[in-house]
Design a protein around this ligand. Structure first.
Ligand code: GLN
Length: 284
């Protein structure tokens, strides 16, 4: 715990990581008037209000969300290639409230952050943790969920929470897991030489299965999904740091932040957000 906590506190200057945002293979999905997503989400559609005055989005009438659809259950593709998950459904419900059509753009995680920062997307929803460095370069909505960093290992491996510094760690590029792990030992990390950055969670987990790394540090909810889908993997018992997930938007886009927060508050009050979380996390 000390390690991760010390790190969170000490992360004063690290955002250089976001610099490498190659926009590899961005794919768009638009879901105008989507019938039959979460029952709760479609229920909210009937209560939809029109676009608040003063609110401008990149493309009129649309709400463009950048994401990395390799982070189940927050965002993943279903069998038909559609992006689904907690973030997709909450975004759809917000778009309905605001009278906008949701468009989802899939790209690498660091690119998804950068897109919102640079106003190429209206918002990033990708299980994004609010931290001090990101607050310097983007604005965030109120938090809608929490996550914790965990360590995935192969069953029977000798990796423990205490010997991570002697192991090779895989993490997703640009994520808090990567930032914690690659920080210096003085700051509770293990140093860059001990961490390999992967494009996304799926490739990091594949590298663990192939023996290229000894463990993967990733958020708990996707960790559970990856372990479920890959026999032979398990999550280390340990002490975690809890993080708040929120929606990232371009710095200074106050009208959008207020509109999103207004929608989110209504969706929280009427139980929609919880219903979506329960649908993906608690129900099996
Ligand atoms: N919560 C982590 C972060 O914000 C990981 C998010 C992700 O990989 N999609 O850095």
């Amino acid at each position: 715990m000390k390690k991760f906590l010390a790190l969170t506190m000490a992360m004063a200057m690290v955002l250089s990581l976001a610099a490498c945002g190659g926009n590899s293979g961005s794919k768009s999905q638009s879901s105008a008037a989507s019938a039959g997503s979460a029952s709760s989400a479609s229920a909210s559609a009937s209560a939809s209000t029109s676009e608040p005055a003063g609110l401008k989005t990149i493309e009129e009438g649309k709400l463009i969300m950048s994401t990395n659809a390799s982070f189940p259950p927050y965002e993943m593709t279903d069998d038909s290639g559609k992006i689904v998950g907690i973030d997709a459904e909450i975004a759809e419900a917000i778009a309905n409230k605001l009278g906008l059509e949701l468009v989802i753009d899939d790209m690498d995680f660091d690119a998804a952050l950068l897109a919102a920062q640079q106003g190429k997307s209206d918002m990033v929803m990708a299980g994004v943790t609010v931290n001090e460095d990101r607050l310097l370069v983007m604005d965030f909505s109120d938090s809608y969920a929490t996550g914790v960093q965990v360590v995935i290992v192969k069953e029977g491996s000798d990796v423990t929470m205490d010997n991570l510094g002697e192991k090779m760690i895989g993490a997703q590029r640009g994520t808090t897991g990567y930032i914690y792990a690659s920080d210096t030992p003085e700051n509770g990390g293990y140093g860059e030489d001990h961490v390999i950055a992967y494009d996304n969670g799926a490739t990091a987990v594949q590298a663990l299965k192939n023996g290229q790394v000894d463990c993967v540090i990733i958020d708990n909810a996707p960790a559970q999904e990856y372990v479920k889908a890959n026999p032979g993997l398990t999550i280390l018992e340990g002490e975690w740091v809890t993080e708040d997930y929120a929606i990232g938007m371009a710095k200074g886009n106050t009208a959008l932040v207020e509109a999103v927060n207004g929608a989110l508050a209504e969706l929280t009050a009427d139980g929609t957000v919880q219903a979506i979380l329960d649908k993906y996390i608690n129900a099996d």
